[in-house]
Design a protein around this ligand. Structure first.
Ligand SMILES: Cc1ncc(COP(=O)(O)O)c(C=O)c1O
Length: 376
């Protein structure tokens, strides 16, 4: 599933493999070192062989494929007609924020969170407000209630949450939905990591929570779980006419901006990708355990809470001390490229994010190098 050979991986020309010089192990950008699921390779090959590389025509295939996937994986009934293709999750969220806010309205997020969350509200002309997660990486419901009382227009939820790997519980989401009703706030739920919930945790689609349909809209994609980010396809899912009307009001051109190969690959992933995905999740759980053991034995000063989802580890390096910027330390001394914690919010100082969506050998090499840089 994962490629061991750095020589093979370095032939990739994607961002992960272009960000650093060749002597650096890139463990930052959220791409996996896997091969593609065979049904996806077949779909893409067939399209290229047929010169089928024009504009996308996503419906009805995308909606039907996602509805099937959501029903099988999470028991979530989705109306295929309520699924709208967009270029990527970022475009989907920004277009929704344009519909849901007026200039100067507030949009709330809960750091530490995927860096573009800080950019999407300003891109749509809104003001950003932050209500951080608790120290245990849970939604801070009392602080959210206080912030909702100031009537922001939108709360952008990250479920599961990158970089901490938290899968928000049904009860937490139900409480959030109650607050949204009480204070008239719309929730935009970024569920890109939902297929990557690891054994031991259970994903709750926000729109499956009673009452959520009237106050929430979800943005989904196969791009993280099936490693398709470069193909540009995501989808907005609604479950209520008022929310569907928002999407209908998008500029007409938005529907032409989704990648055709992205749609074809996504449909293959959602309809024929379950076995591959199950094998991936099994292997990621093994990698998570290996990382835990390596941190314990080689990097005992680093703290972490094993993620419930994603292939991302949020490492607390504050015990390494004083003026060490851990990302710089590991880059300059270990030649391991990690994401600096501060990109995920101010409280990320002293943290790094490590991508363990890779082979056992490469992960082993990365932590061995990191250990030598800390001198234990
Ligand atoms: C929470 C989250 N949302 C969105 C994205 C990016 O999605 P897209 O490339 O579809 O905009 C990522 C990428 O890692 C992510 O972690």
């Amino acid at each position: 599933m994962f490629t061991d050979s750095l020589e093979t991986l370095r032939r990739r020309r994607s961002a992960k493999w272009r960000t650093y010089p060749a002597d650096v192990l890139p463990m930052g950008v959220a791409e996996m070192d896997c091969s593609l699921a065979p049904p996806i390779t077949a779909a893409l090959r067939a399209a290229v062989d047929a010169a089928d590389t024009g504009y996308s025509a996503a419906q009805p295939d995308l909606g039907e494929a996602f509805a099937g996937f959501a029903a099988r994986r999470w028991g979530w009934p989705v109306d295929p007609a309520a699924v709208t293709a967009v270029t990527d999750v970022g475009v989907g969220v920004v277009e929704l924020l344009r519909m849901l806010t007026r200039p100067g309205d507030a949009v709330m997020i809960s750091p530490p969170v995927y860096p573009p969350f800080f950019d999407w509200a300003p891109e749509a002309g809104a003001q950003l407000r932050e209500v951080p997660l608790t120290a245990e990486h849970r939604l801070d419901l009392p602080a959210l209630e206080a912030a909702f009382a100031a009537r922001p227009a939108v709360y952008v939820l990250c479920n599961p949450q990158n970089p901490v790997g938290r899968v928000h519980t049904h009860d937490e989401l139900a409480a959030l939905v109650r607050l949204a009703h009480l204070y008239g706030v719309t929730i935009v739920s970024d569920e890109i990591h939902a297929p990557l919930v690891l054994p031991g945790a259970r994903f709750t689609p926000l729109l499956s929570v009673p009452g959520a349909a009237r106050v929430a809209v979800s943005v989904v994609s196969a791009s993280k779980a099936f490693n398709l980010a470069g193909l540009k396809c995501a989808a907005i899912v609604t479950a209520d006419p008022r929310m569907a009307a928002l999407v209908d009001r998008f500029p007409r051109d938005v529907r032409w901006r989704t990648g055709h190969l992205g749609v074809l690959a996504t449909v293959a992933a959602y309809t024929e990708g379950d076995d591959w995905l199950d094998a991936l999740l099994t292997e990621l759980a093994v990698r998570r355990a290996e990382l835990g053991e390596q941190l314990r034995t080689r990097l005992p000063k680093l703290g972490w809470q094993p993620p419930e989802a994603t292939y991302l580890a949020w490492l607390d390096c504050r015990a390494l001390g004083e003026d060490n910027e851990p990302r710089e330390l590991f880059l300059s001394q270990a030649r391991v490229g990690l994401e600096p914690g501060t990109r995920f919010g101010a409280r990320g100082a002293g943290y790094v994010r490590l991508n363990f969506g890779t082979s056992a050998d490469i992960l082993n090499e990365a932590t061995a190098r990191m250990a030598s840089a800390t001198g234990r």
